[in-house]
Write a protein that binds this ligand. Structure first.
Ligand code: BMA
Length: 334
């Protein structure tokens, strides 16, 4: 039986602090909202535009199974969405063959130095998923940089400023040694190198064993880059996607300062547990409230809809202080 929504919103508080609070209007966007025929809408990048409008760049899966991106804009970030009448960014396999099977899971970073938004997304081709980059000022026209991390790689976001003179990209290459989070650097956003692992998937029975990846772009705080990451648990009935927390040094984002042991958010509501892919919560974006503390986290639910949860950065950091520990790199494994 499905629990009533009011119970679900507070269910976690009985046992552990409710760090991410689901919006009572969830799911906030479904295919019913779309002005054209689609299969599903999920995994959206998010940003606040200059005028305070919330923009979601949503992953849309069409009824062939291929994905493109479509923008939805709202004054309050919750409802009243103005959705582009047509796809905003379509795969362009003629000029970018790495996009032949679609483009997915965008993350948006506003880059003050460029006065542009950097959109990193998964480009899906015969070689597998890779990381592509496009810059935009207005989410109407895009300057494509093409594939910047070759397959198999995904779950990527650009940091908003240079680190020691270089742009920094967090991403998740698959290697024979596992699916861990890495960072790479570039002088010009086109040529990438100095690849280094920054956070490893754990092993065995852990919730984040074997496969992890960055969820939304890191949140810059005075204490460091606050990173929400997803962990994938393989179970006999399928994969279980949950979220964990880690903190990285501001000037040396390769250095993990704290990592929580338990997950802080997982599929519980009906729309998260049942969909095209069951038991998935998958945030790709957040917006910050004017108070500089509350964040609105937009997440794909069961690969079928977009939902919203609210969190306090202060509370997330307090939780990490109480429940996190210093990460010791098991360098022999990567
Ligand atoms: C991941 C990504 C996400 C998706 C999730 C669950 O590997 O591809 O786009 O939401 O799987 O299907």
């Amino acid at each position: 039986m499905t629990a009533p929504e009011s119970t679900l919103i507070n269910v976690e508080s009985q046992h552990y602090p409710p760090l991410l609070l689901r919006h009572p209007g969830n799911p906030i966007l479904t295919r019913k909202h779309w002005p054209y025929s689609i299969n599903s809408v999920f995994n959206a990048g998010a940003t606040l535009l200059q005028d305070g409008t919330t923009l979601l760049l949503c992953r849309i899966e069409d009824r062939r199974g291929l994905s493109h991106l479509c923008a939805a804009r709202s004054l309050n970030g919750v409802d009243g969405w103005q959705i582009d009448r047509e796809p905003t960014l379509m795969p362009n396999p003629k000029d970018y063959p790495e996009e032949i099977w679609g483009i997915e899971d965008p993350r948006i970073t506003f880059v003050p130095e460029l006065q542009q938004y950097a959109v990193t997304y998964t480009s899906y081709s015969r070689g597998g998923p890779g990381v592509s980059l496009a810059l935009t000022k207005d989410f109407r026209s895009f300057e494509r940089y093409g594939v910047i991390m070759t397959p198999d790689d995904k779950d990527s976001a650009l940091l908003p400023r240079r680190i020691n003179g270089y742009w920094a990209l967090i991403h998740r290459p698959m290697t024979p040694l596992g699916a861990h989070m890495w960072i790479s650097y570039s002088p010009d956003l086109r040529h990438w190198g100095r690849h280094r692992p920054i956070l490893e998937a754990r092993r065995g029975a852990w919730w984040d064993a074997n496969k992890i990846g960055l969820s939304p772009p890191p949140i810059e705080t005075s204490r460091g880059w606050l990173v929400l990451y997803h962990g994938v648990r393989h179970t006999p009935s399928g994969c279980l996607y949950r979220l964990g927390l880690a903190l990285f040094d501001l000037e040396n984002p390769e250095k993990c300062l704290l990592r929580g042991d338990s997950w802080i958010f997982g599929p519980e509501a009906d729309y998260e547990r049942n969909g095209d892919v069951n038991d998935v919560v998958f945030p790709c974006g957040y917006t910050m409230e004017p108070d500089g503390d509350n964040v609105n986290i937009y997440y794909g639910a069961a690969d079928c809809s977009i939902a919203l949860a609210r969190a306090s950065v202060r509370a997330l950091l307090e939780w990490l202080d109480a429940n996190g520990s210093c990460e010791r790199r098991r360098s022999q494994d990567v």
